[in-house]
Design a protein around this ligand. Structure first.
Ligand SMILES: Nc1ncnc2c1ncn2[C@@H]1O[C@H](COP(=O)(O)OP(=O)(O)O)[C@@H](O)[C@H]1O
Ligand SMILES: Cc1ncc(C[n+]2csc(CCOP(=O)(O)OP(=O)(O)O)c2C)c(N)n1
Ligand SMILES: [Mg+2]
Ligand SMILES: [Mg+2]
Ligand SMILES: [Mg+2]
Length: 328
């Protein structure tokens, strides 16, 4: 059973929540309401050996990234992060000074995104370091994965593929220039949660939104499945980071594979009407964040990509999947 099958099987064992849970298991964050405006809640875990190694992430950036990825899920709901709780399992060999660096990384996220750490838990472990971040945010108009409609424009923020390429250049000898290498490593270690763009999506009335943690193919499949639609994208429209193209040339890999299956880019991918897309484009240009139209929503199911020669390729959800690797 893969990760998503496991979650579905476990969720079936739980009672159905009441009307105060507006959106439960199955999106970037849950949407709940206890009287006033809805708020959004999300959690993520980072495990040494799975999500990072001492050689792939500095302690500071471990703090930065572990909180930033949960902030990204709040952004993917069109929400504003407000509070976080952080639980840490610390292996016996870890020096307290290293954890101080981790907290300096949290501090940067708090200062930049207004997400205050209000509590947590700390335990010792004989296993690897584990950090769990839970973030609560406000979302007046939460954006689900399930709202895409036939005729919508599919779009993505920023440039894709940099994170997995950054991991590769840290782990293998490659021919990329030092400057490109530094850029790719930055993309891996310091993802930029798109909070302002997520809010803009909410006010513009974007229909569906997801953040790219497992890879674009996986995230588009989630939108397609949740919305009951087909996503059709154009290969030559995908905004692959130029440094990824440089790396891919050297290692003779399709640059698109980094964008589609690499994951951890933490850009936003969504579906919007023509009108909402125009509002989004205007707002995003003022923020200096590229927004790229990558395709459209059709009736049907699944995700297909049109290659420049006209060939249509089905994109399976084979990005990062715990319990099942992408080459499985
Ligand atoms: N152990 C679990 N128990 C209940 N729900 C879970 C569990 N793990 C994940 N989920 C839910 O499944 C959905 C998908 O999770 P995930 O793929 O981690 O989301 P994302 O990629 O946006 O972080 C989310 O709604 C999440 O809250
Ligand atoms: C040492 C190391 N190996 C592999 C990866 C790649 N990797 C680990 S987890 C992951 C996907 C994202 O993490 P996940 O826990 O699935 O986050 P979520 O989808 O819940 O947001 C990727 C691409 C990495 N970051 N570091
Ligand atoms: Mg997500
Ligand atoms: Mg998650
Ligand atoms: Mg994942």
């Amino acid at each position: 059973m893969d990760e998503f099958g496991l979650i579905a099987a476990l969720a079936r064992r739980l009672p159905k929540p009441g009307a105060d849970v507006l959106l439960g298991i199955g999106d970037d964050a849950a949407v709940v309401r206890t009287g006033g405006a809805p708020f959004v809640v999300t959690t993520d875990t980072m495990v040494e050996g799975v999500h990072f190694l001492e050689t792939t992430l500095t302690d500071y950036n471990l703090g930065y990234k572990s909180l930033a990825v949960s902030v990204s899920d709040i952004a993917a709901m069109g929400g504003q992060p407000k509070f976080a709780v952080v639980s840490i399992a610390i292996p016996s060999g870890w020096a307290p000074e290293r954890l101080e660096r981790v907290y300096d990384g949290f501090r940067e996220v708090t200062e930049r995104f207004g997400c205050h750490v209000i509590g947590g838990d700390v335990v010792s472990t004989s296993g690897p370091l584990v950090i769990t971040t839970t973030v609560i945010g406000e979302a007046a108009n939460p954006i689900p994965r399930s709202g895409a409609r036939p005729g919508d424009i599919l779009f993505v923020t920023g440039r894709l593929g940099g994170s997995s390429a950054g991991l590769q250049v840290m782990q293998e000898a490659t021919s990329v220039s030092d400057i490109s290498k530094a850029c790719l490593i930055e993309r891996h270690q310091r993802p930029e949660p798109r909070v302002a763009i997520g809010s803009l999506c909410a006010t513009a009335g974007v229909h569906a939104l997801n953040d790219v943690s497992d890879g674009l193919a996986s995230e588009l499949n989630e939108i397609a499945a949740a919305s009951g639609v087909r996503c059709v994208i154009d290969a030559d429209k995908l905004p692959v980071l130029p440094e990824v193209v440089e790396l891919a040339r050297g290692v003779q890999r399709d640059p698109l594979s980094y964008a589609l299956y690499g994951g951890e880019d933490y850009e936003l991918v969504g579906a919007a009407s023509n009108r909402a897309f125009a509002t989004l484009l205007a707002g995003a240009s003022a923020m200096n964040v590229p927004i790229t139209r990558i395709g459209r929503v059709d009736e049907g199911d699944g995700v297909v990509m049109r290659r420049p020669d006209g060939q249509m390729e089905v994109l399976d959800p084979k990005g990062y999947n715990h319990f099942k690797r992408d080459d499985a």
